[in-house]
Structures are given as structure tokens and as C-alpha cells.
Design a protein around this ligand. Structure first.
Ligand SMILES: [Zn+2]
Length: 338
């Protein structure tokens, strides 16, 4: 029996299934990738109050426990992180590599052998770990743009209006209506993009400040289209700002242009297609995902990169729990229609 030629006939899914069955059969211990991603040199901080005044507090279920002198609470290496409270830790860690491959929930469920609802929960815990990756300070020239996406209530049972029955029920105006959600997209020239949900309707100086204001300073130079709100915001922050009229005057002085941010925009559109519509409630999570993948696209250790983000983010569970609140804070207009 030539195993090699048999393997060649298998699909990618079948190969993944084979690996899983062999691991089970041979009882191969899985690499504890999140555990190995913990940086032992880093100072341990209390995940409840950030104090570093902590001491060892025994071992519980094979994990070292700590106690904080300041707030008296106990914790372990994973308290507050995406892996806290996960029972199927092996399968959860197996799922990391599927997140890196942007695999859909249904497919992941069949590869790992865990139900769809659990994978959905894991996905959003993992993506919450990436909130810090999506929003790091810029250096040098920064390009920004706003992007409008249709509001999508997929899977949302708490609609404050009746679902649309026909397209004509939508109150659409020309261009951007209140039925769009605005996303701020920005990137510097060092492969540090960010995409942040801004608000329902058009962006204004306030929502621009809230999304990218903390990432940019007087040492940066801003390039964008001639959006009045971006102009007003940049002026308020006293930024050096170069604007471009779409389809004209694409490049000023060779270095001032918006080609990088346009490219991020196009790459996002291409990537997000595989999910067949993203619910607005989870949009920020998908943006975290996409930005992370963009940042690690040249890395040869992407799964470990993801594991590191999971291991260090002790606020991930808080971020995960606030999805609902952040969604209702988006500023949906009160729709008083019959
Ligand atoms: Zn504490």
C-alpha cells in the first residue's frame, strides 16, 4: 500500500480529517501552543486591577495561581483571556490555525468535530483577542478613508424595527443614507493598517477622532480624499494634510497619495466575500480579523502569532462580553415607521 499516493488523492478537508483521526488513534499529545506563547520574561500583572504586587497562590488544575495584594483577587495565566473557561482546550487550539486560514464556521466545525455554536463562540472570543492589534499608533505618512457598508442584521433577533420585506421598504437616499454603517480605514506605510467601525450614517469629526484620533499625532502627515469631515478633523488636530480629488491628481510630490489605503479597502472586500454577508453587530470582530491577517501576512508563524495575542490579552473576555453594548452604542436612528 503506497500511502503517499493515497494521500495525494485526498482533498484538503480529508487531509485535515486524517490528521485528526491519526492524532486520536496514536494518542499524540497536541502542542500547547497558547501555553508556549506566554512570555515568561514579562512582568505578571493582575488582570483585575493591573497591579504588579502579586504572589504565588498554589496550583489549581495544573495551572499556577496568583493572588493580588492590591485587590485580593486570585487569577492564573489565562484569566480574562479568550481561552479562560474553555473546556475543549485541544480543539480550541486546533481552531487557531483555521482562523489563520479564514475558514468558515461550518467547515471548521466539520474539521474539528465540535458543533457550530461552540465554534461561533470560540471565533468571537479569539477575534476579541485581536482588538489591540487593530489600532496601533501610526508612524510617518498616514492615509485614511471612510467606507460605507450596508447594515446587516443577520442573526439579530432584537430588531428595533420590522425587517425589510422588499427592497423598496428601505428608505434609501442617493449616496450614503442612514442605512449604512461607516468604517474608518487608515494605514501608515509600514504595514500598520486599522479598520474601525465609526457610526451609523456619515462620519463626522467626532467619530473620526474616536476611531483613529488616538493613533495619529503632529509627527504624522495625513493623506485622504477631500471629505469635509476629514478636513475639519485634521484641521482641528493641526495635522499636515494633503487631500486628493478622486480620479484626479492621484499623486502629489511622489509620496503623497492614497494608494495604500485603497489597496487595503480592496483586499478587505475580496477577503470578506467568503462569509456571504457580515452582521453589523460582529463587523468590528471581522475588521480585527482582517487587520491581524494583513499584519502577519509575511510571517511564517501565523498560528503562533495568533496564540501570542490570545495569551497576552487579558481583556479579551471583557471585549467579547461588550459586543452587544458596543453594537447598540453605534447610534442607530430611531425609526418610527409603521
Ligand atoms: Zn488586583
Amino acid at each position: 500500500m503506497d500511502l503517499r499516493s493515497i494521500i495525494k488523492t485526498l482533498s484538503q478537508d480529508e487531509k485535515a480529517e486524517l490528521v485528526r483521526l491519526l492524532r486520536q488513534d496514536l494518542n499524540v499529545p497536541r502542542i500547547d501552543i497558547i501555553w508556549s506563547a506566554i512570555n515568561r520574561d514579562q512582568m505578571i500583572l493582575c488582570p483585575h486591577c493591573n497591579s504588579n504586587d502579586i504572589y504565588g497562590h498554589g496550583v489549581y488544575k495544573g495551572r499556577k495561581r496568583y493572588k493580588c495584594k492590591a485587590c485580593k483577587k486570585t487569577f492564573n495565566d489565562f484569566t480574562g483571556t479568550a481561552i479562560a473557561g474553555i473546556k475543549k482546550t485541544n480543539e480550541f487550539q486546533e481552531y487557531l490555525s483555521l482562523v489563520v486560514e479564514s475558514v468558515t464556521i461550518r467547515k471548521a466545525s466539520s474539521i474539528i468535530g465540535v458543533n457550530v455554536k461552540t465554534i461561533f463562540d470560540w471565533r468571537h472570543k479569539l477575534l476579541s483577542s485581536l482588538a489591540l492589534v487593530n489600532g496601533q499608533a501610526f508612524s510617518g505618512i498616514v492615509e485614511c478613508d471612510d467606507k460605507q457598508l450596508d447594515i446587516n442584521n443577520k442573526g439579530d433577533r432584537n430588531l428595533d424595527r420590522k425587517p425589510y420585506k422588499r427592497p423598496s421598504d428601505r428608505e434609501t437616499r442617493r449616496g450614503v443614507s442612514n442605512d449604512k454603517v461607516s468604517v474608518m480605514v487608515a494605514t501608515d506605510r509600514n504595514g500598520n493598517p486599522t479598520m474601525q467601525v465609526a457610526k451609523i450614517g456619515r462620519v463626522d469629526a467626532d467619530s473620526i477622532e474616536k476611531t483613529i484620533g488616538g493613533l495619529i499625532g503632529s509627527e504624522n502627515v495625513l493623506c485622504s480624499d477631500a471629505h469635509p469631515s476629514i478636513i475639519a478633523w485634521a484641521k482641528g488636530k493641526q495635522l499636515e494634510h494633503h487631500t486628493f480629488v478622486a480620479s484626479r491628481q492621484h499623486i502629489k510630490d511622489k509620496c503623497y497619495h492614497v494608494q495604500h489605503v485603497n489597496s487595503i479597502d480592496n483586499l478587505y472586500e475580496r477577503w470578506v466575500k467568503r462569509f456571504y454577508g457580515v452582521s453589523t453587530k460582529y463587523l468590528s470582530q471581522y475588521l480585527n480579523w482582517f487587520v491581524f491577517l494583513e499584519k502577519v501576512k509575511k510571517s511564517s508563524t501565523q498560528t503562533l502569532d495568533l496564540a501570542k495575542n490570545v495569551a497576552v490579552n487579558a481583556k479579551a473576555i471583557n471585549t467579547y462580553r461588550s459586543i452587544e453594548d458596543r453594537y447598540s452604542d453605534l447610534g442607530f436612528p430611531q425609526l418610527s415607521k409603521t
